[in-house]
Structures are given as structure tokens and as C-alpha cells.
Design a protein around this ligand. Structure first.
Ligand code: MTE
Ligand code: MO
Length: 496
């Protein structure tokens, strides 16, 4: 029996963690692919990126939107690859839940069993020792192990950093990208220097995990792959041959799981969306929905060039309305309401409540922007039309026909999005007809668009012409809760 013996729970956790990290890294890269640029400032101004992972260049003289900037990466590096942001997110958040639960259990057990002493140094003397170890490695020799421990000072320090610094930073920098968290606790986002800085930091976390894993594997090879794996598989170092073979089987299993979930996601995306979505959405609803937005960004923060997602309607009817400043436009509000109405833009402006909000916009792709939106709080429209007791959802139908207006993007039919009535009552849920003090520009949704400040941008339908109150969202389209949910497998509840 080896004095180094790792307890069984620690060994199991180690291998589960290895699997989870591969899935987190690959799904994270899928999310990055949808907007493969990193910024320092929250307006994500085109051209201001400090890093880009794409060769695409955007036209200067033509309206393009952020869908045109998406990249399609190979499944070898991203889960599932081939431009599947919706699927990447399902896996990233589903695995994140498992990873956090496993991580919390692991740390709790470390402290409960005294195993923490393996990883947390108890004397500053470790620093000069670790420096000395580094120099030893750099001269291609192996430093001594710490007395009675399975690793040297440098390794101990590296593990402590990964467990107690890198992992918490990964989780917190992920949370800081949630529109719900940032809308409710703007100070938390400021702590990280802003939405784009924390996104960049989250990317460095990815690099750090990759670097750690590479060095970790190299160290195993240098110190003796079989013996080291024997320690982590059997709890002792006495079976290097077994350690070698079983480690290869485990690695094959990890690769196998990665291949299986990739194929599953590419072949049966709707099923993955339903299965993983059920877990992730329930948790999001419970944890993030209570976060109500009360954002008041200073006017100075407003982006000079607010980014655009989605191409404006290209129909003659829309163009004629636009030429006439949307005087011919009508908003129909109906369905399960006591008082259905048809309103003109003038009617909307004449309704006595007018609200402005200067807020941070989070696109699901990862870019952000700041704008000031003015319009009618949705709850005031509710007061006017009086939803019937059986009304539970609101569907926003738009004039954008995606087959015609966004031919390069997947999916057909008119863009629509559905929210529940609870969200409609949030104080900053707004039907906006102005942006930055001007009538809403065409590319931002003229004449009317939705603003939901604790959700991701795709829920905020632009170019609205019809609002319907429903008992069940599954009656519309493919029944997933919106055009993006139906066509690109996004989740309906997107507080993160
Ligand atoms: N009709 C319609 N509304 C839409 C979209 C779209 O493609 N079509 N894109 C959504 C997405 S993904 C985002 S991020 C926001 C972007 O709003 P902006 O273009 O005003 O920045 O609009 C949302 N509303
Ligand atoms: Mo978006």
C-alpha cells in the first residue's frame, strides 16, 4: 500500500471532472464561434476587437448583421460544431450544472476528510521551493517530491490554483455574463470591468484549462504514465502496467462520450433541446427569473454604433410604410383578451405612459451594446387590453419573413417570439418606438420592438405588427416558444 493513496471518491471525481472539462471546452468553443471576436468595451464596436478567430471581413457599404459574422467550426474542436450555437449552449449549461455539483462535493469532501492538505500549502516556504522546481524542470531534470506527498511544490501550487482560483473564476465569470444577473446586480458586472472584459476573461479561463491539461499530461509522461495513472485509478502506484491500460480505456471512453453526444446533437437536435433544455430551463427559471432589471446606464455609455442582429423586412408593404413614417402601420392586439385593439403609432405615443431606459443589451452570440429605449411599458398595454384568466403567454409576430429576408440563415417563416405573462409585468419590459431619442431606426425594429432587460437579445422581437395572448405557447410554430427556438434550438428562458 502506497503512502500516497488517493481515496476512491477523489479518484472517481478526477475522471468525471476530466470528462466534464472536455465537454465544457468544446461547447464553449461552439459558443465563441457564433461571435468569434473579443472586445474590451461593452459596445462591441465593429473593428475594436482585440482578438478575432475568423478570417471573414464585413462589407463597409452594405448593411450586415451579426449573423453574417458567425463562424462554423469543426466538431473536432467544438461541440457539436457546424454552427450550432443552440446545441453548444445546451451542453455548456447542462454540463456546467454537473461540473459545479461535482466540484462542490469534491471541495466539501476535501475539507471533511483532511485531504485538502494535499492541495493547500500551509507554509510560504512553498514559493521558493516551487521556483526552484521550475528551474529544475527547465534544466530537464525532475525535482524532488514533497516529503510524503505524491508531487513536488510546483505541482502542489498548480493544483491549488486550478481548484481554488481557476474553477471559481470560471463559474463567476460565466455568471457575470448573464443578462439577468447583470440587470439585477450591475455592481457585480462592474467588478469585472464590464460585459466584454468578463467575456474575454472567460476566454482566458479556457486557455488556462487547456494549458493546465497539456502540462498535466506532459508531467504524467515525464514522471511515468503508468505509475501516475495507477495512483489515480487504483489508489496506489504499484500497478504501472494496469495503470497504462486502464488509463487508455478511460481516455477512449471520454472520447467515445464526446463523439456520442456530438452525433446525437447533430442528428437529433430537437431531442437534445427538449431533454437538456428541461433541466437547464427549470434551473434558470428558478434562479434567474426573480432577477428584475432596474438598469440606468449613464447616457455617456450609449454606443455610437449599436450592433444589429436580423435583416429588416424586404416586402413592398413594409417599404411603403417606412416611406410614410409608418403612418399606415397598425398594431393588432388580440387573442385571449377582454378588449382587443388595433392601434396606430400615434395611438401608442398618445397613451399616457412613456418610459425610457438606458440599458445593456446582451446578444446570445456574446456581443453587447448600450442603448436608450423609449416606449410603452408592456404592463400598460396589458391594462388596456385586459388579458383573460386563461391567457398565460404573449406572442409577438413580426413583419420579417426569414425565408425572404435572411436567406442565408436556417429557417423559414415569419419571425416571432413568445414570453410568459409574468415577464410582461417586469418594470423594464417595454414596447419601444424610440432609440437614443430618435424614432426607432429600421434596422433596430421600426416601428415597434420589444425590450426585455433580463433576457438575451433574440427574445426581443423587432418589426412587430401583431401581439396575441395565448393559453399555451406550444400551439404556435413548432411549439418551442419562438422562431429561434423552433429553427435553431435556442431555449425559451434565457436569463443566461
Ligand atoms: N424580427 C426579428 N427580431 C429580432 C431578431 C431577428 O432576427 N428578427 N434578432 C434578435 C436578436 S438575436 C438580437 S441580439 C436583437 C438585436 O437587436 P438590435 O439589432 O437592435 O441590436 O434583436 C432581436 N430581434
Ligand atoms: Mo442575439
Amino acid at each position: 500500500m502506497d503512502v500516497y493513496g488517493f481515496p476512491a471518491w477523489l479518484r472517481v471525481e478526477h475522471w468525471i471532472n476530466a470528462l466534464f472539462i472536455t465537454l465544457m471546452v468544446r461547447s464553449g468553443i461552439e459558443i465563441l464561434a457564433t461571435h468569434p471576436k473579443l472586445y474590451g468595451r461593452d459596445d462591441s464596436r465593429p473593428g475594436s476587437e482585440w482578438a478575432r478567430f475568423t478570417r471573414k471581413t464585413m462589407p463597409k457599404d452594405k448593411l450586415y448583421d451579426t449573423l453574417d459574422e458567425e463562424e462554423s467550426y469543426s466538431p473536432i474542436i467544438s461541440l457539436p460544431g457546424h454552427r450550432n450555437l443552440g446545441m453548444g449552449r445546451h451542453w455548456h449549461f447542462f454540463v456546467a450544472i454537473g461540473w459545479v455539483l461535482a466540484g462542490v462535493t469534491y471541495v466539501a469532501l476535501l475539507f471533511a476528510t483532511g485531504q485538502w492538505r494535499r492541495y493547500i500549502p500551509t507554509s510560504w516556504g512553498i514559493l521558493p521551493q516551487a521556483w526552484h522546481d521550475l528551474l529544475t524542470y527547465l534544466s530537464f531534470r525532475l525535482p524532488p517530491h514533497l516529503p510524503g506527498e505524491p508531487f513536488d511544490a510546483l505541482q502542489k501550487l498548480a493544483y491549488a490554483l486550478v481548484i481554488f482560483v481557476l474553477a471559481p473564476v470560471a463559474i463567476l465569470s460565466g455568471l457575470a455574463q448573464s443578462p439577468a444577473v447583470d440587470a439585477r446586480f450591475p455592481w457585480f458586472l462592474r467588478l469585472w470591468g464590464g460585459r466584454q472584459r468578463v467575456r474575454s476573461l472567460h476566454f482566458f479561463v479556457l486557455l488556462a484549462f487547456l494549458a493546465f491539461t497539456a502540462v498535466h499530461l506532459l508531467m504524467l509522461a515525464v514522471w511515468g504514465w503508468g505509475r501516475e495513472n495507477s495512483l489515480m485509478i487504483f489508489g496506489h502506484g504499484d500497478a504501472p502496467v494496469g495503470g497504462l491500460w486502464v488509463s487508455l480505456v478511460i481516455i477512449a471512453a471520454i472520447i467515445g462520450v464526446n463523439i456520442a453526444v456530438t452525433v446525437w446533437s447533430l442528428r437529433r437536435p430537437r431531442m437534445v433541446q427538449r431533454v437538456l433544455g428541461a433541466v437547464v430551463m427549470a434551473l434558470r427559471r428558478a434562479l434567474l427569473r426573480p432577477a428584475t432589471s432596474h438598469q440606468h446606464y449613464p447616457k455617456a455609455a450609449v454606443a455610437a454604433q449599436h450592433r444589429v442582429n436580423g435583416k429588416p423586412p424586404d416586402s413592398d408593404t413594409y417599404k411603403i410604410m417606412a416611406v410614410h413614417d409608418f403612418a399606415p402601420w397598425r398594431l393588432t392586439v388580440g387573442g385571449l383578451v377582454e378588449n382587443p385593439v388595433v392601434l396606430t403609432l400615434e395611438d401608442l405615443r398618445a397613451l399616457n405612459t412613456r418610459q425610457s431606459q438606458c440599458v445593456l443589451h446582451h446578444c446570445i452570440q456574446g456581443w453587447s451594446s448600450v442603448g436608450e429605449w423609449t416606449g410603452l411599458p408592456l404592463r400598460d398595454l396589458l391594462d388596456l387590453v385586459r388579458p383573460l384568466p386563461e391567457a398565460r403567454y404573449i406572442c409577438f409576430l413580426t413583419m420579417q419573413d426569414n425565408g425572404r429576408d435572411e436567406p442565408s440563415a436556417p429557417g423559414e417563416g415569419h419571425f416571432y417570439e413568445i414570453i410568459d405573462l409574468e415577464l410582461a409585468h417586469h418594470p423594464q419590459t417595454l414596447l419601444a418606438y424610440e432609440m437614443n431619442g430618435e424614432p426607432l431606426p429600421i434596422e433596430h425594429g421600426a416601428p415597434l420592438r420589444l425590450r426585455l432587460e433580463n433576457q438575451l437579445g433574440f427574445k426581443m422581437a423587432k418589426w412587430i405588427h401583431d401581439i396575441e395572448f395565448l393559453s399555451d405557447y406550444r400551439l404556435v410554430g413548432d411549439g418551442m416558444g419562438g422562431w429561434r427556438e423552433d429553427n435553431v434550438h435556442f431555449d425559451m428562458e434565457v436569463g443566461i
